[in-house]
Write a protein that binds this ligand. Structure first.
Ligand SMILES: Cc1ncc(COP(=O)(O)O)c(C=O)c1O
Length: 392
């Protein structure tokens, strides 16, 4: 798209390709393959496909390409490759550039499936992984060494909403020649641009805020063109993590409202965090937009807002947390996040059940901790539902 448009405009128009029919809404090219006018064209396309030329949907598809280009514009990335899910994106970003003998440093506060890849899968292929407290720069410095090939981190941790200083970690990683791969699901591309902060590769589960309405799985990896159209594309083409064209279309439609949704959700999260602070049933409220958050200044600098996620610890432990979840009428119990509907989860018994009690304690995941993904409902209705459930 011509012009130096702002992010909100790119989210509506970026990457659009129109067919000969001039459709307003992006078309879904629900096709596996593409036909060629003659054998010589097929041969030429296999040697070097042009930007509007496609071969097979596992390699690329016009609807998927629109989603990739819109995401790349939004993130300020040279290029992007869309994947079937967020985990396909994490898997490909790591395995496309690592080999036996490499060393990786990862932040220890990881989503369960990311932890499985780093703790179990990478070592199975001869890749050593060191884990650090992502908020402690001294630990990053101590773990990084010549020969460290990559750093992997979730830029805001789940469920305790700790924030990693991307610029500082990237500077330390680059000093030893390591690439920084950031999973930026929680802050969303609206509030945080990891590449501009110094990361080399950024990953999204598009399943979350990008769809934003709880429909389709999807993911995307963004970075420099030589990586995306080099080792990453080769890996994904041959291992089959491609995004379905239908899901790409849903994501494109989700992107049109991403900015509006995320800003509304973050504003509600901020309001709820402020109004819930000091509630007698709560031991603590965790929200990066509150001044008492351990990284409040970093959150302001890096994200401008506190984001769309909120957590709090009930004084009565697991029984109180379960009573609270069961008493909610508006907020739904679900381990998902980023939806238009507000969702609540009890991490200790669901998303983080696989961890040992010691690991949960180290990560600050107590039995009374609940995590809320704030949706698009009226903030007063959410507050009423939460406060009524806290006292029942
Ligand atoms: C931080 C983070 N990364 C990656 C994923 C994986 O995304 P998907 O479910 O689309 O595979 C999730 C999903 O919950 C997540 O929370």
């Amino acid at each position: 798209m011509a012009g130096n448009w702002s992010a909100r405009t790119q989210l509506v128009h970026g990457g659009a390709r129109r067919s000969q029919y001039g459709e307003t809404s992006e078309a879904i090219f629900l096709t596996q393959g593409f036909v060629y006018p003659d054998a010589a064209t097929a041969e030429a396309r296999f040697i070097q496909a042009g930007p509007d030329e496609f071969i097979y949907a596992r390699y690329g598809n016009p609807t998927v390409r629109m989603f990739e280009e819109r995401m790349a514009q939004l993130e300020g990335a040279e290029d992007a490759f869309a994947t079937a899910s967020g985990m396909a994106a994490v898997h490909a970003a790591l395995f496309s550039q690592l080999k036996a003998g490499d060393h990786v440093v990862a932040a220890r506060a990881l989503f369960g499936s990311c932890l499985f890849i780093c703790e179990t899968l990478l070592p199975r292929f001869g890749i050593e992984v060191s884990f650090v407290d992502g908020t402690d720069l001294a630990q990053w410095q101590a773990a990084l060494r010549p020969g460290t090939r990559a750093v992997f981190l979730e830029s805001m941790s789940n469920p305790t909403l700790e924030i990693i200083d991307i610029a500082a970690v990237s500077a330390l990683a680059h000093a030893v020649g390591a690439v920084v791969i950031a999973d930026n699901v929680f802050p969303t591309p609206v509030f945080q641009r990891c590449l501009a902060l110094g990361a080399d590769v950024v990953i999204y589960s598009a399943t979350k805020h990008i769809d934003g309405q709880g429909r389709c799985l999807g993911g995307v990896v963004l970075g420099r063109r030589d990586f995306v159209r080099g080792p990453l594309e080769t890996f994904l083409k041959h291992t089959g993590g491609a995004l379905s064209p239908f899901n790409a279309w849903v994501m494109l439609k989700g992107l049109e409202t991403l900015d509006l949704r995320c800003r509304a959700q973050a504003a509600t999260a901020q309001t709820l965090a402020e109004r819930l602070q000091g509630h007698p049933a709560l031991a603590r409220v965790i929200y990066p937009g509150l001044p008492d958050h351990p990284q409040a200044a970093l959150a302001r600098r890096q994200m401008q807002t506190g984001g769309t996620m909120l957590a709090f610890e009930l004084k009565g432990g697991k029984p109180a947390a379960f009573r609270f979840l069961d008493a909610l009428e508006l907020v739904l119990i679900s381990n998902n996040l980023g939806d238009a509907k507000s969702l609540v989860t009890h991490p200790a018994t669901t998303t983080h059940q696989r961890l040992t009690a010691e690991q949960r304690t180290a990560l600050g995941i107590g039995d009374g901790l609940v995590r809320l993904s704030i949706g698009l409902e009226d903030p007063d209705d959410l507050f009423t539902d939460i406060v009524r459930a806290l006292v029942e």
